[in-house]
Write a protein that binds this ligand. Sequence first.
Ligand SMILES: [Zn+2]
Length: 96
Amino acid sequence: MRWEEGDLHGRHVAKASGASASIEWDLVGPCNERVRVRDYTCDCQSVFYELCQAGGQRYIRRTTRKGGRVVVEESVRIAASKTDVLWALLLQGDAR
Ligand SMILES: [Zn+2]
């Protein structure tokens, strides 16, 4: 049986479409916050995303690997329901 991509990889963000919502990203430093990752995209990409929950807040974490450096950014914290909408748009390639 041939391996399908889904067997080896997590989800990939779709190619950007025309109409994009823009996510406001903040650089983050190390913190001690207890974070639960609710969803994530495949980390085979140089940029991957995680949907994080910390306490009552939900946000998206973007990890960018570039030339041996790793940059972690987090979306500005907004209502959890709005973060879920952004996450769905992101997966569709409709938010950056
Ligand atoms: Zn992958």
